[in-house]
Ligand binder design. Structure first.
Ligand code: FNR
Length: 368
């Protein structure tokens, strides 16, 4: 294993009863640079912490004496049926966590009956991931080389991706100081497989961070709303815009052709002191006014977080690091367990809130 010093084999998952346990497992399993790359946020990591703190601040005004003997959390996103309102966020470089990398993630997502969003920066080619997935969306970074970018979109379509997720909060890479200190880069043998044909697959360690250097050299900081229209015209797949924290931006994204937006601050990894996502969800919901689906990520670690996000109007949430912690701790089995824990916690939260269906989740549950 390249990024980790410990195999998954020795772990007894019985003792892993919450997502945070997998965070500790990952800290033990991974090399320091790999763990830091996954865990870190930008600069002082204020937004990273705030994503969590904001969920924790919201109290749940539960209802009583509702029949909760049967509960149903199945839903759909952009017409895709999912077993629960929780999907896998795009995160780069899963082979730092375990040898099977993104294939393990795809299988865990399929087992949980949900969508995996595959990062442009995966260590496994998208065609191979799509084969292992039940439903894959492809996250797109727009390269200065628009020909290479068009190639990625065409390949994603041909591979059977069901949506293109355009990440818009990373014109440059945020400074993750832990990566700077570690001079983070991919260890020998790991590459950005999707960019192999375009000759942009290597992320060597560098002064500063190797990934930050990769971004500033190759990713297009000139991206604008016109490019959302460009992308929507380029593909028959629905376009999802990921990384908005303002109502006006969300409304413009939708007017430019986005079928869904993801309220996201990149897990606190881009602009530090940007707001916690759950705190801006209502503004985005209001601005979008039902014209597109609204998803959210950032700091979801408990079933109650999922419930709060859906109650405030999100169609579904995405989780990033919890999956990486699962993979690092025990490969596919770890990622599966993480998804199962979140599902079970949401089920319990729905029962205890007196909300047997997702339609029962309304803003008054979290607003005083
Ligand atoms: C990310 N994220 C991300 N987003 C994206 O659009 N493309 C990418 O390649 C990556 N890569 C990535 C790597 C790592 C290690 C992390 C932690 C995150 C952001 C990701 O999609 C998501 O917005 C956050 O991870 C959500 O926050 P939580 O669940 O990690 O708190």
């Amino acid at each position: 294993m390249l990024g980790s010093s410990n195999g998954a084999a020795g772990w007894n998952l019985a003792g892993f009863i919450k997502v945070a346990d997998f965070g500790r497992g990952a800290a033990e399993a991974l090399t320091r640079p790999a763990f830091d790359y996954y865990a870190s946020g930008a600069h002082d990591e204020i937004t990273l912490r705030e994503n969590r703190a904001a969920f924790e601040r919201l109290a749940l005004r539960y209802r009583v004496l509702r029949d909760v003997s049967r509960r149903d959390m199945a839903t759909s996103v952009l017409g895709e049926s999912i077993a629960m309102p929780l999907m896998i966020a795009p995160t780069a470089f899963h082979k730092l966590a375990c040898d099977e990398g993104e294939i393990a993630t795809a299988r865990a997502a399929a087992a949980a009956g949900t969508v995996m969003v595959l990062s442009t920066l995966s260590n496994t080619a998208m065609e191979d991931v799509a084969k292992a997935a039940r439903a894959m969306w492809f996250q797109l970074y727009v390269y200065k080389d628009r020909g290479a970018t068009r190639g990625l979109v065409a390949r994603a379509e041909a591979a059977g991706a069901r949506a293109i997720v355009l990440t818009v909060d990373a014109p440059l890479l945020g400074t993750r100081e832990r990566d700077v200190k570690n001079r983070f880069g991919l260890p020998p043998g790991l590459r950005v497989e999707n960019l192999l044909p375009a000759g942009m697959a290597d992320v060597p360690p560098a002064m500063g961070s190797g990934l930050a250097a990769y971004f500033s050299e190759l990713i297009d900081p000139a991206l604008s709303f016109a490019d959302v229209e460009w992308l929507a015209s380029l593909t028959k797949l629905p376009v999802v815009v990921k990384g908005v924290v303002r109502g006006d931006d969300a409304a413009r994204a939708v007017a430019s052709g986005a079928r869904a937006v993801v309220v996201s601050n990149h897990g606190g990894r881009q602009l530090d002191t940007s707001p916690a996502t759950i705190d801006v969800l209502a503004e985005v919901i209001d601005a979008v006014a039902g014209r597109a689906e609204v998803l959210i990520d950032g700091g979801v670690r408990r079933g109650t977080d999922v419930l709060k996000a859906v109650a405030l109007g999100a169609r579904a949430v995405l989780v990033g690091r919890p999956i990486l912690w699962g993979l690092a701790t025990a490969g596919e089995a770890g990622a599966r367990r993480v998804l199962e824990l979140l599902r079970a916690e949401l089920d319990l939260a729905m029962a205890l809130c007196g909300t047997p269906t997702l339609a029962d989740l309304t803003p008054d549950l979290v607003r005083c």
